[in-house]
Write a protein that binds this ligand. Structure first.
Ligand SMILES: NC(=O)c1ccc[n+]([C@@H]2O[C@H](COP(=O)([O-])OP(=O)(O)OC[C@H]3O[C@@H](n4cnc5c(N)ncnc54)[C@H](OP(=O)(O)O)[C@@H]3O)[C@@H](O)[C@H]2O)c1
Length: 284
């Protein structure tokens, strides 16, 4: 059985490739990458595949049985067609199964909702493809918060518009273990899984970081409008709006979800404290 992982040059795709190699060896795993040279270190066959290039995807997916489609990074409307290019190329080449990395979140009420809605459209496209399918809805990665700790210290704490809302975080490492199982085992076919850990507030996140890093961060809630304004000034309109929309989603409860991680992996998701302790060693 040959399994292809798209966006293998990215952090999630690479992590899934590595997990699959641990499970089934490198001969059955193929990485698809828009920038192949960034994925060569993975030690598996790498084929070129840009989501915008249907012909390239047709070549890339030759002889593949199962495809892992990592959601793209483009603006929402472009993503839908990009994902369709992968789904159609998978079908045309006789793949039997597709697994899609979607996202947990609100589809209507925040500035992040257009991205969530585009992911939901791809979920529908995957479900209508005629292939066997499994969908994972990923929680928010915890890694960016850990990578940002020095800024939190400079800024005197964690500041955003999540308020008292709880967020079920995950990590790429946890996700890669879930996706490997979802790719390899038929019992997951036809399932939509929320992939995340126990939900925590931003104040709880600050406390856990303090415990692991010996910092003394506090949490400072700000309004959605104020946070969006400052993020747009710092990061530009598109990313600034997206980031503010993510925290707005947390505030309204969109990330306070029941996890299906155990159904996917047979074990509980790691607790936020354990994830952050591990990341402290990895992200030194
Ligand atoms: N759950 C979360 O908190 C969260 C946070 C951020 C993003 N995401 C989503 O999760 C996905 C994976 O995250 P990540 O951590 O792996 O992100 P990442 O490390 O930034 O990687 C993004 C990947 O997308 C690829 N890509 C972008 N446009 C493409 C195109 N037109 N055709 C083919 N590949 C393309 C990039 O290829 P190149 O190497 O060629 O640039 C790269 O491999 C993201 O794409 C995004 O949809 C989720």
């Amino acid at each position: 059985m040959k399994i292809a992982v798209t966006s293998a040059s990215g952090k999630l795709g690479a992590s899934i490739v590595k997990q699959l190699v641990r499970e089934i060896g490198k001969d059955q795993v193929i990485g698809i990458a828009r920038t192949p040279e960034k994925a060569e270190h993975l030690g598996v066959e790498i084929r070129k595949g840009d989501y915008n290039d249907r012909e390239q995807l047709d070549q890339a997916l030759k002889g593949i049985d199962t495809v892992l489609l990592v959601s793209g990074m483009d603006e929402p409307q472009k993503r839908i067609q990009q994902h369709r290019n992968v789904i159609e190329a998978a079908k045309q080449n006789g793949a039997k199964k597709i697994v899609y990395t979607s996202i947990i979140g609100d589809e209507k009420n925040t500035a992040f909702s257009p991205i969530v809605a585009s992911n939901r459209q791809t979920e529908k496209d995957v479900q209508a493809s005629g292939l066997q399918w499994v969908i994972g809805r990923n929680g928010i990665y915890i890694e960016p918060d850990i990578e940002y700790i020095s800024h939190y210290i400079e800024e005197g704490g964690i500041r955003n518009c999540a308020g008292e809302g709880k967020c079920a975080y995950t990590s790429r490492e946890e996700l890669s273990q879930a996706y490997a199982q979802m790719l390899l085992h038929e019992k997951h076919n036809g399932q939509v899984y929320n992939l995340a850990g126990d939900p925590i507030t931003q104040a709880e996140l600050a406390n856990i970081i303090n415990k692991v890093y010996g910092t003394s961060l506090s949490y400072y809630p700000v309004s959605v409008a104020a946070y969006q304004k400052e993020r747009k000034e710092a990061l530009g309109d598109f990313i600034g709006t997206v980031i503010a929309g993510i925290y707005e989603g947390i505030q309204i409860g969109a990330n306070n979800v029941q996890s299906d991680f155990e159904k996917a992996t047979g074990r509980a998701h790691k607790a936020p404290l354990a994830m952050i302790e591990e990341l402290k060693d990895i992200l030194k």
